[in-house]
Ligand binder design. Sequence first.
Ligand SMILES: [Zn+2]
Length: 379
Amino acid sequence: MLPADEGDALWIEYDGDDGRVHRVLVDCGRKTAYRAVRARLATAERAGESLDFDLFVLTHVDADHIEGAVPLLGDRLFPPDRVRDVWFNGWRHLQGERVPPDDRLGARQGEYFAALIRDRGFAWNAAFDHRPVAVEEQGPLPTATLAGGMRLTLLSPTWPRLEAMREAWARQLRDRPVGHPDHIEPGDWRKALEVLDRKPALQPDALGSDWVASWDPARFDRYAAAPYAEDAKEPNGSSIALLAEHGGLSVLLAADAFPSVLEQSLARLRTERRLAAPLPVNAVKLSHHGSQGNTSPEMVRAVRCRHWLVSTNGTRHQHPHPEAIARVIEGARGRRPVLHFNYRCDESKVWDDDDLRVERDYSTVYGPREGGLRVELES
Ligand SMILES: [Zn+2]
């Protein structure tokens, strides 16, 4: 979990069946994350190597996931021939369209993302025949196997979530008339990102206000039992969430997805795989940085997992929220859950409490104050 401020940038490496190291990057926000990725690419270049990526996933369009992806896609150290595929649902995918690789569009209209992906010749949703990355209502969940043998199963988004995003997108674009500095046309990615970042209405809400000031470990049970109300932000709902499996190990990469969508897909997966019990996974990257609206008690119980990963430095939204973390600790009781925080920040360090750890039977791992945590899974 690279330092990404309040966002995500997940650098995944695994030993492939071919004996080589394989790499997947999931999101690259914010600019801090771009600098961390670039530093790694530059170090490799100085050593005379270049790093290949099997896949780059842009889970959704919130700035805390995508801001650093814009400069990265344009960076000479991240050339298209080193990136086998980019998964990202662009404006045209939200319409359900296929965007064929030879279709040159958008640069003139300022479709920044499309332009970068296309003009530099990145593969785009190639594993999905250039169609939207989406879970259909019927049939088996979509899967893709990367060159090194890692198998990815798509858990989110579903079509209703993409349609909601499309409507939200168009609605937001209509709120400023043509000529206004904030006016954007659908598909004008560069402008859209710029405006999205300035729009508090599109940011996840900071309902928690200042919970850190009133933190009290004795309130644990109240946090754990607080009624759950699901996130309703359309961009989060449009998140690409994946189950990544290789060499007997698995990680659920939840992006900022809705737990209700994940639970449904996990239930389908249990049916497909004829599992009577919750799906065993080695690690879960918590949805939406540990927000209280994106970790439901049911979601925690839908998997059998010890390692729970949280990516955020607590800025802007005061994530992770204690209700989400308390639900994880309660729901994973008996499995001695381990919480991995990529930043030691005010919001995460409240869990660094000996009494609470003993009483609730969990442990904690922290990245440094400046962020960044390597989590190693071994079978
Ligand atoms: Zn996010």
